[in-house]
Design a protein. Structure first.
Length: 90
């Protein structure tokens, strides 16, 4: 997986945790210029006081994840740096 990410023109990092540690690791691994990091929290604005995903019922997590995914797809389609990289919806 590391080889695949390092070889990509851009890597999209969706961070859903306020710590954003995965984004920091990815930027160090492949370089700042190759990472498009998206903070998902402003897109769902819930669960700020919850750290464990198991504290939110699965169906609710899936519904919120779908809403966030749809918003991120729209954002990526508008980002000229990623033109041609977003081919539809998940």
């Amino acid at each position: 997986m590391t080889r695949w990410v390092k070889g990509a023109e851009k890597a999209i990092m969706i961070d859903g945790c306020f710590l954003m540690c995965h984004g920091r690791i990815l930027r160090k691994l492949i370089g700042e210029d190759k990472v498009v990091q998206i903070d998902a929290f402003p897109l769902y604005k819930k669960y700020a006081d919850i750290f464990s995903m198991d504290d939110v019922p699965e169906e609710e997590r899936k519904a919120v994840a779908r809403q966030v995914a749809d918003k991120i797809i729209a954002i990526l389609k508008q980002d000229k740096r990623l033109e041609g990289a977003v081919h539809g919806t998940a």
